[in-house]
Design a protein around this ligand. Sequence first.
Ligand code: NAD
Length: 344
Amino acid sequence: MINDEESFYIIDSEIIRIYSSKVNFHGLQKFISFPAKEQNKTINYTEKIIGKLLSLGVKRNSKMICIGGGITQDVCGFIASILFRGIPWYFYPTTLLSQADSCIGGKTSLNVNRLKNLIGSFYPPQMIYVIPEFILTLKSQDYFSGMGEIVKMHVIGGEDYMKRIITNQAAIYRRDLSVLQDLISNSLSIKTEYIEHDEFDQNKRVILNYGHTFGHALESITNYQIPHGQAIIYGMIFSNIISFNRKSINKSTFDLINYKLFFPNLFAQYDLTKLSSENLISCIKVDKKQTDERMTMVLLTEENSLTAEKDISENEIKLALNDFQSLVTSNYARINEQGGSDDW
Ligand SMILES: NC(=O)c1ccc[n+]([C@@H]2O[C@H](COP(=O)([O-])OP(=O)(O)OC[C@H]3O[C@@H](n4cnc5c(N)ncnc54)[C@H](O)[C@@H]3O)[C@@H](O)[C@H]2O)c1
């Protein structure tokens, strides 16, 4: 690692804890240890880090080097974008989610109160260094959080991509690095296709929000107890229920995606039976993607294409929530009857 006067490192404190026997982080001239928690993706915490950078002597010709997952990226990218109106930054993504998804696209985000990713900027790093071996030390819940975004990207990519998840599910459970490298690279190329012509999130890129309307609401209602990518899986299940209720997808597509892609990549059995439609609807309505009285959601249609529908009514959300709660509960019962989990 470069260790000079101009390089300011911000490193996830968990990475420092796990890897300090291999890497001499404390020998770096300028470094800050950052506890990667959703609760620290805030303006207040950002100001604290900027204070530390200033006390370490950061200047407008300095560069920031960030090592960590999506949270570290969101916070560091935001700081790099506003400090002295922008300094160069470099990113080493250390989670599956950040390697397969968040590292590209240039978005930085902070939470406000309990509202997820409400403020932010577009400010990509100068360079991204993906080292897949980092995935091996992730806790299961964080590993499967990354799988959530990978599964989303493969559904967006279409049938051939979906098959690559289905046929590799056992290797996914084993964390087979060669399979994961392929899935990471597929995800990054699918995402690139959607962001290439829509750098500032105006149009085609909206499809990447599949699962996010419900997913973000779920994250804030549960105070981030459910990891981001896992909330997105629940969000895609919810969104497919609306598609199914609208007769935009048939039962066999609905079941295939649920039972072969979504449920096998859910790590834990979160109790979602207490989720109320009032709470859900009020959370969805303050989401930054909502621009109208009726709600917007990305929905799957029969030819496996996705569209952003802007006319979702409160009643549809209420009905879908009932269906969602029964489906998820009956799937937990099915897995428990089989004796634990879906094959792993
Ligand atoms: N900017 C974007 O485009 C974008 C896109 C998707 C998601 N996100 C954001 O990313 C965040 C989720 O990112 P994430 O899943 O990478 O989570 P994260 O950064 O919170 O990391 C999850 C946990 O894993 C730990 N960790 C990180 N690397 C590790 C490693 N190699 N070994 C062991 N533990 C490690 C972290 O300390 C943390 O406890 C959310 O806040 C989400 O909103 C941003």
